[in-house]
Design a protein around this ligand. Sequence first.
Ligand SMILES: O=C(O)CCC(=O)C(=O)O
Length: 271
Amino acid sequence: MPKVLTDEQLAHWNRDGAVWPIDLLTAEEAADYTRRFEALEASMETEAQARFRMKAHLPFPWLWDLVMHPRLADAIEDIIGPDIVCWGSSFFTKKAHDPRFISWHQDSTYYGLEPPESITAWVAFTRANAESGCMKILPGTHRGEAILPHEETYDEKNLLSRGQTIRDLDISTAVDMPLAPGQMSIHHNKTIHSSEPNNADWPRVGFAIHFADSSVRQAQFDNPLAIHIRGDDPDGNWIEDPRPEYELSPESVAACDDYWERYRNAMTAQT
Ligand SMILES: O=C(O)CCC(=O)C(=O)O
């Protein structure tokens, strides 16, 4: 018996490799997350998405708590079962009237997981729709190859770090995944997805949280870390992430930076 997703939503997931919209936060909670995000960005010279890579939950108790949200865990359990780790999280943000975009790509290409099976919950802090550049998918592509060829374009308007792009796709079946503040989508890491620039008057602020069954390993580097959200990790594939004692504690920022460095070095060595 699923805990959050309906049978119809699970059928949607199996058919499309994504499911949305799923209610997670109240409108007030989403507004509070947006306020925290805006205060953070106002205090920094770089964007949060560029500064806190791969494990953005490490320096922020409020993001840690979001990652641990019981309803979120229930929805993830409905899809992958009870042994759940969260191995990463990232902001994906576009300012109002922001020309930046995200090219068609598969997450499995650059996660380094074995087997390449992971799912992402994308939580909308503000409204994500066609006008503000919501995510869109090519339904059913999760049933194809895990790793299609990606060209690294390094386009400065592309929010992906290397501008990874799958060329020559038939995008006639593309479907938008619009979300109200506080709702989330979930997508499989093989599902091909992208998003357009933000043409709206408001910022599009999303937080992507990456989950896997604990039997999935990080194959690119040793001693990977994750939060054990639920269930067991019988093979000991993941070391527990350190919970931040307070926002931006030096230890938590160093842990986030260190992990990004390890990940980046491993992925650069691979290509
Ligand atoms: O935020 C977006 O538009 C894309 C996010 C994305 O690529 C992801 O969550 O895997």
